[in-house]
Design a binder for this molecule. Structure first.
Ligand SMILES: Cc1ncc(COP(=O)(O)O)c(C=O)c1O
Length: 377
């Protein structure tokens, strides 16, 4: 089977993990945690990185510190992996689902502008959804598939409507908008290092921020809100969300290779896009203007997408459909879905992700391309 997106652990991973084991520094503090945090912050051009057990935990803490409270609404794209939508619910808030752009598949900032202008008002320093009377303290753009949201438009709207921006940059580590890294625009940016991401620690996440006080607070909350190094005094509701040293060691080794992984991902994307352009109905994701993407997960619209996925599976090629849009999931079906003709539903129906691990060979890419051409012949 040619896998969709598998880990690439050919660097110093084993050496650094062995170092943790030999020195007995395997748990939630250690030099690799510090180093991984520093490397991630420097790479994303922010002041601080706070490692977390996974991207979902990073989002959870960011939303709490971003001021989201029970009963609030948080603006979220309708096409996303489910984690940020779940996290909003953990707090007792609800996502306000915004449809996506038909070409870039990112949160549609034109639609967002119309929504804010016609359905919202600012009072007392906060944005309110007029018909429900609910506060909207935060907007949570998700940079889907390594492409990015139109951040210029989004940041301008966020400022005008007093929305705090928390970026889900879990898929976009290494992508930039006008040269500025994904995850560095908002009050917080969140990363994930699960097994299929551009770099992995097996499971892990990172909170990015330029706010030193909030960074200290994030570290506090992820460490059970333990107020004293000695006593078991916990001064608020805390979480056990710290990434362990042994996983951070893998992260340091992965960070050393990130630039090379991105080069390979971009080359693979280019191979698919140029070889498949003659396939009828083929439509790759349009890169948002001013974005240099990391090309994390190569995805394109195809005719008869579900049949294509089944055909590729039969021929030992792992391909995947896009995420089911949030408004189609039982947990979120009663949440507001703002759209002008359900683009999310169309994108979901047509899109297929193709194998694009950073370790994939040119021969494997050629096999995938040939199988796709064979299917449409
Ligand atoms: C867009 C998005 N947000 C959040 C997450 C959650 O990250 P994790 O699996 O590390 O909790 C992921 C990946 O899994 C993701 O793709």
């Amino acid at each position: 089977m040619i896998p969709l997106s598998e880990p690439n652990l050919g660097g110093n991973e084993l050496k650094y993990v062995s170092d943790c084991i030999e020195t007995n520094w395997v748990s939630s503090v250690g030099s690799y945690v510090d180093k991984f945090e520093q490397m991630s912050a420097a790479y994303c051009d922010v002041a601080k990185g706070i490692a977390a057990t996974n991207g979902t935990a990073a989002l959870h803490i960011s939303l709490i510190l971003g001021g989201v409270q029970r009963g609030d609404l948080v603006i979220l794209p309708n096409i996303t992996f489910v984690a940020p939508a779940n996290v909003i619910k953990y707090i007792g808030a609800d996502p306000l689902l915004m449809d996506v752009d038909k070409d870039t598949w990112q949160l549609d900032t034109v639609l967002l502008e119309r929504f804010l202008a016609t359905e919202c008002e600012v009072r007392g320093g906060y944005c309110y959804h007029v018909s429900s009377g609910r506060r909207i303290p935060v907007i949570l753009p998700v940079h889907v598939l390594g492409n990015m949201v139109n951040m210029e438009a989004l940041m301008t709207l966020a400022e005008s409507y007093r929305l705090t921006v928390i970026e889900d940059a879990t898929e976009a580590l290494g992508s930039t908008y006008n040269g500025k890294p994904a995850g560095s625009f908002g009050l917080f940016g969140c990363l994930s290092y699960n097994g299929n991401k551009i770099i992995t620690t097996g499971g892990g996440g990172m909170i990015l921020t330029n706010d030193e006080k909030l960074a200290a607070k994030a570290k506090h909350l992820t460490t059970q809100a333990k107020a004293s190094a000695l006593d078991y005094y916990h001064d608020e509701l805390g979480y056990n969300y710290r990434l362990v040293n042994i996983l951070a060691a893998i992260g340091v080794a992965q960070m050393e290779q990130l630039d090379a992984f991105i080069v390979r991902k971009r080359a693979v994307a280019e191979m698919y896009s140029s070889a498949l352009k003659e396939v009828p109905g083929f439509r790759p994701q349009t890169v948002t203007a001013n974005v240099n993407p990391n090309c994390w997960l190569y995805t394109a619209a195809f005719h008869r997408s579900k049949e294509l996925i089944a055909y590729l599976k039969e021929h030992q090629v792992q391909a995947r459909p896009f995420w089911v849009p949030m408004n189609q999931l039982p947990v979120f079906e009663n949440d507001v879905y703002y759209n002008n003709g359900d683009i999310s539903g169309e994108v979901f129906g047509d899109c297929v992700s193709l194998p694009c691990s950073s370790g994939i060979t040119d021969e494997m890419v050629a096999i995938v391309i040939n199988k796709i051409k064979e299917f449409y012949a």
